[in-house]
Ligand binder design. Structure first.
Ligand SMILES: Cc1ncc(COP(=O)(O)O)c(C=O)c1O
Ligand SMILES: N[C@@H](CCOP(=O)(O)O)C(=O)O
Length: 464
């Protein structure tokens, strides 16, 4: 499989070259040249597979430069750290299917891809004898999952930027209490959007990127999106073996557009109609739901909410969708992204019919998040985290009678204990990995949201 840039400025590369490149060298994002289609017979034959066997079937359709037995080992090692045998179990609750994606080591859906990416980096670096300096931005969950995925690995250093004071106390502790020598937590004075923009600028300085052997763990790295495709397919299989209707809808709490974009790829891969509808759910940072409902993609201020990991305006993976929306027109995608970067908006109203065929969308207010957590607990005894509640509220609003609805539960509620306790009126029961975390020693450095300062920090602390 060859990989191309959404902006058309690089020669085709292999999967492993793409993983190491992260952001494409022309500033675009990498995508496979084609999306492999899965026929009805093959899909039916996957019904008996375990999560890891299914992951191999899907990933191997996109990865042809890693021997099959090595790929299987990387996959098996990655999901051995999950505390549920189904890896991403589906729970039937309140007339919805809740897809629990928080059984990994840091209790958020990011573990599904970042355990895989951490092990993949380690494998590739062992083979090449090289080192890697990872630079990433987080609004709370990617950071701890990425740190956990590579902590203590000898050929890797990791630098994670988080917005100071804008992640939950538990998220902050999950990152900053990892004291391994290869982990550098940087709290920036700014929003997640500022951090993500800095990371992209650092990667776009190709000379610096190559000199310091930088790597990406954010969803700009195609391997992140790819690993997330698996749980969409896994859910479709599970639902179709329990429900008469074989079509499934998904509701996805959305910020950086990575998770829902994985669903979009799964929809393209699977037999037509297997995934019927992707419901995009935002919090008050509603740029993407406004886009789906009106065709207007225009930046607002980043607003702080009780679902802080989705406090994002400029969604990284939107560019990947633009590429498909413009019929793979790389020149047009580049022009639109340059226009967005210059003016903070793009008018896509002429594409609205297609957008509405691809997604439905709703923005969920803070009061609705609170009420959804409360009602779901009082009526069903099930505790939602605030991000999941955004998706559940949108699902209840936009579901179609008779079509199974899968809601992605993207984080464990204990990561956001304060709001959840207040909504349910119950004290939070902390799962084992979070017990005592508040008392652990932390290490973190505050740094200005400034490209040059962060480049200097990375240069001074990088592996060579
Ligand atoms: C808990 C949680 N839910 C939802 C999201 C949104 O996912 P995406 O950024 O892939 O749209 C994030 C962050 O990305 C998150 O951490
Ligand atoms: N919500 C994310 C934001 C970063 O998104 P990514 O999927 O591109 O890594 C987070 O938790 O950091």
């Amino acid at each position: 499989m060859q990989y191309l840039s959404t902006r058309g400025g690089i020669s085709p590369i292999s999967f492993t070259q793409g993983v190491m490149m992260g952001l494409a060298e022309d500033g675009g994002l990498l995508l496979p040249r084609t999306i492999p289609r899965v026929g009805g017979e093959t899909f039916a034959s996957w019904h008996e597979l375990s999560y890891t066997e299914l992951a191999f079937e899907i990933l191997s359709r996109f990865i042809d430069d890693i021997p099959a037995s090595d790929l299987r080992d990387i996959i098996n090692k990655s999901y051995a750290s999950f505390n549920h045998q189904d890896v991403t179990p589906l729970i039937h609750q309140g007339g919805l299917h809740i897809l629990e994606l928080f059984h990994g080591p840091t209790l958020a859906f990011k573990d599904v891809a970042l355990q895989f990416l951490g092990n993949l980096f380690e494998y590739l670096l062992q083979k090449s004898g090289e080192v890697l300096n990872i630079v990433g931005a987080t609004s709370g969950d990617t950071g701890s999952a990425a740190i956990y995925g590579v902590r203590g690995k000898s050929r890797i250093n990791i630098f994670i930027l988080h917005p100071k004071g804008r992640v939950s106390p538990v998220q902050e502790k999950q990152m900053t209490t990892v004291l391994d020598d290869n982990v550098f937590n940087l709290a920036i004075e700014g929003s997640f959007d500022d951090g993500q923009a800095i990371v992209k600028k650092i990667f776009n300085d190709v000379e610096f990127k190559n000199r310091y052997r930088l790597g990406a763990i954010n969803s700009i790295n195609w391997a992140r999106v790819l690993a997330q495709v698996v749980y969409y397919v896994h859910s479709c299989i599970h639902v179709s073996s329990h429900e008469k209707d074989s079509s499934v809808d998904f509701a996805i709490p959305t910020g950086n557009f990575g998770d829902i974009f994985a669903g979009y790829i799964a929809k393209k891969m699977l037999p037509p109609g297997t995934i019927r509808q992707l419901v995009l759910a935002t919090n008050d940072n509603d740029i993407l739901s406004r886009f789906v409902n009106s065709g207007d993609y225009s930046l607002g201020e980043v607003r702080a909410t009780t679902s802080p990991s989705m406090d994002i305006q400029a969604a990284s993976n939107f560019e990947r969708y633009l590429y498909y929306l413009t019929d793979s027109d790389t020149a047009k995608t580049r022009d639109l992204m340059e226009q967005f970067s210059a003016t903070g908006k793009i008018d896509l109203k002429s594409h609205l019919d297609q957008v509405k065929r691809d997604f439905a969308a709703a923005a969920v207010t803070e009061q609705e998040v609170f009420d959804t957590i409360r009602t779901f607990y009082t009526e069903h005894g099930y505790v939602l985290d605030p991000h999941t509640a955004v998706g559940v509220k949108a699902a209840l609003q936009l579901r179609t009678a008779g079509v199974p609805m899968v809601c992605l539960a993207t984080a464990h509620p204990a990561k956001f204990g304060e709001v959840v306790e207040s909504a349910t009126g119950q004290p939070m029961v902390f799962p084992e990995p979070l017990q005592g975390i508040g008392d652990k020693q932390s290490r973190c450095q505050t740094i200005a949201a400034n490209v040059a300062e962060i480049q200097t920090f990375v240069a001074n602390n990088s592996l060579t």
